[in-house]
Design a protein around this ligand. Structure first.
Ligand SMILES: Cc1cc2nc3c(=O)[nH]c(=O)nc-3n(C[C@H](O)[C@H](O)[C@H](O)COP(=O)(O)O)c2cc1C
Length: 175
């Protein structure tokens, strides 16, 4: 069974609707570990050895976050900077991530139509999230196309339940 680590980075999960529903949908799924960075590290000082150990135990890493200023929340960027170290993730003897899979799951307020090259932002969501793909390739990981929810403010409760079911499938599908 594929073991999947879902790294959640939401600075205000108490007031989250989408990411909170996604976390609920993953609860108890076999082979899935949910790891909430803002909950575990209120001081924002990582236990790097623990984080690397957690990654070591999983085949696939999914980074789940709300889009913030066309990027990820700062603690996730810090996690990448401090956990993907030289000698572990890259550089001499840095092979820990090779052969694993990386994916992202991102919610946005703006509409899907805004995230098109010929539209409001002049860039697709894949363009804007390409640093995650390049990071994965740089450390020898495979990059799985992401799971995106746009127009987060427009989702009814039943639409969100259906979307959360799709997210479950995305997480459980072998890749
Ligand atoms: C500081 C901040 C920056 C944001 N930047 C963006 C953005 O660049 N693009 C966008 O579509 N939504 C943006 N949003 C909206 C959030 O992405 C949206 O509210 C969130 O994905 C909804 O998920 P949640 O219910 O889990 O919080 C931003 C929200 C905040 C608080």
């Amino acid at each position: 069974m594929t073991k999947t680590l879902v790294i959640v980075a939401h600075p205000d999960l108490e007031n989250s609707r989408i990411n909170a529903a996604w976390i609920d949908a993953l609860s108890g799924l076999p082979g899935v570990t949910v790891h909430d960075l803002y909950e575990k590290y209120p001081s924002r000082v990582f236990d790097v050895e623990f984080e690397q150990g957690l990654v070591d135990e999983h085949d696939r890493i999914v980074l789940q976050f709300p889009f913030q200023w066309y990027s990820c929340p700062p603690l996730l960027k810090q996690w990448l900077d401090e956990v993907f170290t030289s000698g572990w993730a890259y550089g001499p003897n840095g092979h820990a991530l090779e052969g694993r899979t990386l994916a992202i799951a991102v919610s946005t307020w703006s509409r899907e139509a805004d995230y098109q090259r010929d539209s409001r932002y002049g860039r697709s969501i894949e363009d804007l999230t390409s640093p995650f793909e390049v990071t994965a390739l740089r450390v020898g990981m495979r990059y799985q196309p992401g799971f995106f929810l746009h127009s987060s403010g427009d989702y009814s409760d039943s639409e969100l339940s259906e979307n959360a079911r799709q997210y479950q499938q995305f997480i459980l599908e072998p890749y």
